[in-house]
Design a protein around this ligand. Structure first.
Ligand code: NOJ
Ligand code: CA
Length: 704
């Protein structure tokens, strides 16, 4: 008996004293967990280089002195291995390996008799970890004052960042050293005409970092469900980031009820930037699809009645009258039309014709429903009802016309951030969509969130976005949410979430322009969590040609725009420019017509944040390959091998590239199109202009 007790106590002692070490399946990554005087710490290394120095773990609770920060003992340690292959409904590849070693440490806070589990999953491409709160007597309902997870960086790294704004991610990225964030914060906020950041060293995830010794590190989160979005606040003396959750209108950060978990905190690591882009860690940390029959979820290539409003050529609103409407009651046929309304039956039919003639699946129409005349500049809780069209938009005629042409209509719900109003109308709105042939909705959350003045990324509103996705799934509706929470891989669990904005998209090219290398940053940051509805395909860079009052310039060459269909992975891709601009460049437009939106395989060939991304993708089912390459601010030569092509086959490669004198600012429409025969032994050396790019379609010789 005594001996037994001795063994048990010795075991417990080792648990208390010993660090727990977890290796990735390929043994390149090592994660170490330990308690230091009752405080949990973890650290991470990659091929013997430090990725994260020892950093603290824990949570501060409201009205709870002890919180979940210290006074812990380790009571159990469980390790396991997981290895499976799963098939996404849509994606960059047809199957994904989910392979990790796991360590689950149960911590007991003796003084309060409360337990927390910290679960670590170590993959070959990085680490995920989360807090788990099992059901227990002394931790039932609790309020998070702050999560105190540290990411202790190994030095003054290079970082691509945007300010830790609670309401928008629509920023250009700043590249700097960690130590320079503080000095550049105000400039970033004023340059982007945005809100104030919560802290002079606060940034958003997904955050891309690079160390002096060539390690690429990405910090983000996975499976953000029923929890506030995490920003990171830097202690720039010690180079330690700490989690900073988005507060609600009262300043609280989370209302939790055990059993529950936090989202996964993710650290993707490699010494090769291409592996950051091809990592599937974020998806792997999400649950498998909760939608059983996914046959109705289909990737979509679409055009829209959209860019003409974004550029200011046309308007969303039908009239400039009726400052205050009574939804469903005001007689709009008596209102004076403003003459610039874009969503007219005739214009929509023209777009349906264009879509049908060029092989597009869908047509998005914005400004079709009443409310726009009343909304702009106002925060109100009743603006849109999502079912009442303007008098010049004939829902049934458009429904029948689209059907006769084999084109799907895409609905638009601008919620004006009146979230409760949207929730009240949601069933009716989704039913209206189905009755009129719409299977996909683009939703939007412009303006301050009503009611209560919530932030865009707090727990309550995260729950709303999720509710809208899940309810849409009940109606077999696909969702593309703009201004909503940035994605965290939830599209694995709800593959009807086919798009999101949550970053600075193409629209900013008509609002003053984006940095020419923006598109070489986004895949390393925003796209880590999931696809973006970036809306590429602009051929006319001089916006004043569309609207003489808009002097904005699209900072991109034309073939850079083509490359985006590959480099900005999304199952939802728009050809955003006006049909008349595509008709001016039919040879280049051919690429947009041909390019696939769903893939069996993807190979990242070149990658460096902010400088270049080259990726080749094999179309689902057809065996055709497509390649896209974007550069940065400077010109470059891209040198690649075509060894990804299927061996033994001959292909006709059509190369759409910047002409030698192309430049995003001064000569963006200078391009060449060349056809050459290639195989998997071929090599390519290709010029890329400043702000440029190139795109290639590979068709097996003799095939269509
Ligand atoms: C902002 C969105 O990003 C844009 O796509 C949309 O057209 C407008 N809001 C209006 O809803
Ligand atoms: Ca937007």
């Amino acid at each position: 008996m005594r001996k037994m007790l001795l063994i048990v106590s010795l075991c417990l002692l080792t648990l208390v004293l010993k660090a727990q070490v977890l290796l990735s399946p390929d043994k390149n990554l090592t994660c170490k967990f330990e308690l230091r005087e009752g405080v949990p710490y973890y650290q991470l290394s990659y091929k013997n280089k430090t990725v994260l120095k020892p950093g603290k773990l824990g949570l501060e609770l409201k009205n709870d002195k002890r919180s979940l920060l210290n006074g812990f003992e380790v009571t159990s340690v469980k390790t396991s291995t997981f290895d499976e292959i799963w098939k996404p409904v849509w994606g960059e590849v047809k199957s994904i390996r989910n392979h990790y070693n796991e360590l689950a440490v149960t911590l007991d806070q003796k003084e309060t008799n409360r337990q927390v589990i910290i679960r670590f999953r170590l993959f070959n491409d990085g680490l995920g970890f989360r807090y788990e709160f099992p059901a227990q007597k002394n931790l039932n309902y609790f309020i998070v004052k702050e999560e105190r997870t540290q990411f202790a960086m190994p030095g003054d790294l290079t970082v691509w960042w945007i300010p830790g704004d609670y309401d928008t991610q629509e920023y250009d990225y700043t590249k700097s050293k960690l130590s320079e964030i503080r000095g550049l914060m105000t400039k970033s906020i004023t340059d982007n005409l945005s809100q104030t950041s919560f802290s002079p060293t606060g940034v958003q995830t997904s955050l891309m970092l690079k160390s002096n010794d060539g390690l690429y590190i990405n910090l983000h989160e996975a499976a953000l469900i029923n929890y506030a979005c995490m920003h990171l606040n830097l202690d720039d003396k010690n180079m330690v980031f700490e989690s900073w959750l988005t507060p609600d209108a009262k300043g609280d950060k989370g209302y939790l009820q055990a059993p529950c978990t936090s989202p996964w905190r993710t650290v993707i690591v490699s010494d090769d930037a291409r592996n950051i882009l091809s990592s599937k860690l974020t998806l792997n940390l999400n649950e498998p699809s909760k939608i059983e029959d996914t046959s109705w979820i289909k990737p979509v290539k679409y055009v829209g009645v959209w860019w003409e409003m974004i550029t200011g050529k046309s308007s969303w609103s039908y009239t400039n009258e009726y400052p205050s409407v009574q939804l469903g009651k005001t007689d709009f046929s008596k209102a004076k039309p403003n003459g610039t309304h874009a969503a007219t039956t005739a214009n929509v039919k023209r777009h349906i014709d264009f879509a049908a003639a060029n092989g597009f699946d869908g047509v998005l129409v914005e400004g079709w429903n009443i409310g726009w005349e009343d909304w702009f500049g106002n925060s109100k809780d009743y603006v849109f009802d999502f079912v009442t069209p303007y008098p010049d938009f004939d829902v049934k005629e458009i429904r029948d016309y689209a059907k006769s042409k084999g084109v799907k209509m895409i609905m638009h719900h601008e919620t004006s951030s009146s979230v409760r109003n949207y929730e009240r109308h949601l069933d009716t709105a989704y039913k209206f969509m189905k009755a009129n042939g719409y299977d996909a909705v683009k939703s939007g959350y412009v303006g301050p969130i009503l009611p209560r003045g919530e932030n865009h990324y707090s727990q309550w509103i995260v729950n709303h976005y999720q509710y809208a996705i899940e309810k849409a799934a009940d109606y077999k509706i696909m969702v593309n949410a703009h201004e909503a929470i940035r994605p965290t891989g939830i599209c694995r669990t709800y593959p009807n979430l086919i798009g999101n904005e949550a970053a600075r998209g193409t629209e900013y090219q008509a609002f003053g322009g984006s940095k020419p290398n923006h598109v070489a940053v986004l895949p390393f940051t925003r796209l880590i969590g999931g696809p973006m509805d970036y809306t590429p395909g602009i051929f006319e860079m001089d916006i004043s040609k569309l609207n003489p009052n808009n002097k904005s310039h699209v900072n991109s060459t034309l073939t850079n725009q083509l490359a985006l269909y590959l480099t900005m992975y999304s199952p939802l891709q728009m050809a955003a420019d006006l049909p008349e601009n595509y008709n001016r460049f039919p040879d280049a437009f051919q690429f947009i017509k041909d390019v696939a939106v769903d893939w069996d395989d993807s190979k990242y060939l070149e990658a460096e944040p902010g400088q270049n991304i080259t990726v080749a993708r094999k179309a689902k089912g057809s065996g055709k390959w497509f390649l896209g390459s974007v550069g940065g601010e400077e010109s470059r030569t891209s040198n690649i091998s075509l060894s990804f092509l299927d061996p033994g086959k001959k292909y006709i490669a059509t190369i759409y590239a910047d002409a030698n004198n192309a430049h995003y600012k001064t000569n963006p429409q200078a391009y060449t199109i060349q056809k050459v025969e290639v195989n998997n032994k071929s090599k390519l050396s290709q010029f890329v202009a400043p702000g440029g790019g190139y795109a290639i379609s590979f068709l097996e010789a003799g095939k269509k």
